[in-house]
Design a protein around this ligand. Structure first.
Ligand SMILES: Nc1ncnc2c1ncn2[C@@H]1O[C@H](COP(=O)(O)OP(=O)(O)OP(=O)(O)O)[C@@H](O)[C@H]1O
Ligand SMILES: [Mg+2]
Length: 478
């Protein structure tokens, strides 16, 4: 047994695993029932200090302003990022520009104190490691866990990766190693050290906050990611948001309310945040029920209040048919992202051996149906442990059983005088990369060159500036 652990640091749930004789996922008493393997990625404050996991999640109802959920959606981002601005309305805790720090950094607030997203992720990691430590010691292993392989979405930018590493260091983990989540899932499914046949696996990871897809070629101990695409804002949280809209529409129709959003907005602050926190929990539960039942009830404990402050209790039934019609556009989007990843990999779609479905949202029946319809039912495999697969793969890597073949996660561009984006490094290239190009100077006598570097997120159609550099030349050039 080692002192290095594999960790899936998820938007909604985090999971730790070890590779002993077999891969074992850590169980802990304070994790989620029934099998106690998932630590909710939720951090809250109480008068007695910071709490993490299931107890923090349970505080979402009572005190959503002091309960931080989905921090992974904010890590490595700036306050002014449009995607962050779009989230402000749905996250009930305070998010601001950092008081100190760069122009485009952000802070979250807990118990009246300012925290960087890295601090919050560090609290989650500390809890996960503490549980892993206990689990390991119950197995008779005394060594201290001080290293980890931590998974990140394949599509995370350099800044998001860097911030995740910073969080791991704040949690006391030295030399944290990052591993793309789809690669981890493929390793957990396809790790056969003696296999010499090459398999092509398209990983379909539909989690709580992120959809990630990557094409991975696997042979024995080697896993190489060749094409990837993803959307860091497409997951179970977005499905929940759609159900919340449906509940609001249904209540508005039944109670003849003209402006239900206006009513919610004018509720006393404390009741409003409690109502919204409660609604989110009831909706998530109903969504999970709909994976096995044909209808589910949404009955948040806190009522909506009308103009006069009178309670309007909410009791809405959602059928599976309604639910499926509502989420179909999201499911179709996951499939077009897969096609994007395949296009990038330069593999023909029919060369793919297996479509491997992982992540909590892959358990939704319509999601499985659409993926089977798109890629052929015989090729689609739902991972037997869809919510643990990523942590299991991380544990195999942590045990040093795979070869480390890193690939570039996104295309890299520079800006030229006559072209806004010129690609210098291609995603999927095997690291380390070295390329050479020839360019002309812009003016006679030029002795300085200003380089601007970009990542382009093709799926979200955004350009992200990742840095710049002035290069002084040895002499003026014509
Ligand atoms: N049986 C189920 N049916 C539908 N949705 C489910 C089911 N079980 C869990 N979920 C949803 O899956 C999501 C969590 O999945 P998972 O644990 O894979 O995400 P994560 O790893 O935390 O997120 P990410 O990978 O995006 O960072 C939540 O939105 C949860 O509501
Ligand atoms: Mg995940």
């Amino acid at each position: 047994m080692g002192n290095i652990v594999g960790i899936d640091l998820g938007t909604t749930n985090s999971v730790a695993a070890f590779k002993f004789a077999d891969v074992e996922v850590v169980t802990a008493d304070d994790n989620q029932a029934p099998d106690r393997k998932l630590t909710r990625s939720v951090v809250a404050t109480t008068p007695n200090g910071i709490i993490v996991g299931e107890t923090a999640y349970n505080q979402l109802k009572a005190d959503p302003e002091n309960t931080i959920i989905s921090i992974k959606r904010l890590i490595g981002r700036g306050f002014s990022d449009p995607v962050v601005q779009a989230q402000l309305a749905r996250l009930h805790y305070k998010i601001t520009q950092s008081i100190e720090g760069t122009d485009n950094s952000l802070s979250v607030w807990l118990g009246g104190k300012e925290y960087a997203p890295e601090d919050i992720s560090a609290e989650i990691l500390k809890k996960v490691v503490q549980n892993a430590q206990l689990y390991q010691s119950q197995k008779g292993q005394k060594s201290t866990i001080d290293r980890a392989v931590i998974t990140v979405p394949a599509y995370f930018s350099d800044k998001q990766r860097y911030s995740t590493q910073a969080a791991a260091k704040r949690a006391g983990l030295s030399e944290p190693e990052l591993l793309p989540e789809p690669t981890a899932a493929a390793i957990s499914y396809g790790f056969k050290p003696n296999a010499d046949d090459v398999k092509t696996i398209l990983v379909y990871d539909f989690g709580g906050g992120t959809f990630d897809s990557a094409l991975i070629t696997a042979a024995g101990t080697q896993f190489i990611e060749s094409g990837k695409a993803g959307d860091l804002w497409l997951g179970g949280d977005d499905i929940d948001d759609r159900i919340i809209e449906l509940v609001k529409q249904q209540v508005a129709a039944e109670e003849d309310l003209e402006d239900i959003d206006g009513l919610i907005a004018q509720m006393p602050h404390y009741q409003k945040v409690r109502f919204l926190g409660d609604l989110k929990m009831a909706v998530e539960k109903a969504k999970i029920d709909l994976s096995s039942s044909l209808s589910a009830k949404i009955i948040p404990a806190t009522p909506l209040l009308d103009d006069l402050g009178m309670a309007i209790p909410i009791d809405v039934t959602v059928t599976r048919a309604q639910f499926e019609a509502m989420i179909l556009p999201l499911v179709e989007r996951t499939i077009s992202i897969c096609q994007e990843a395949i296009k990038y990999s330069d593999y023909p779609a029919d060369a793919i051996d297996t479509i491997l479905m992982v992540g909590g949202s892959s358990q939704i029946p319509i999601v499985q149906e659409r993926v089977k319809a798109a890629f052929g039912a015989d090729k689609v495999v739902v991972h037997p442990r869809p919510m643990y697969a990523v942590a299991e793969g991380a544990a195999i890597v942590a045990a040093g059983l795979t070869e480390k073949v890193g690939t570039v996660s996104r295309d890299y561009f520079i800006e030229l005088a006559d072209r806004s984006h010129y690609k210098i490094i291609q995603q999927g290239d095997i690291l380390p990369v070295s390329n050479s190009y020839t360019f002309k100077t812009e003016a006679d006598g030029q002795s300085l060159i200003h380089f601007k570097f970009f990542n382009t997120d093709l799926v979200n159609q955004q350009n992200e500036k990742i840095g710049e550099m002035w290069l002084a030349l040895d002499r003026p050039y014509p």
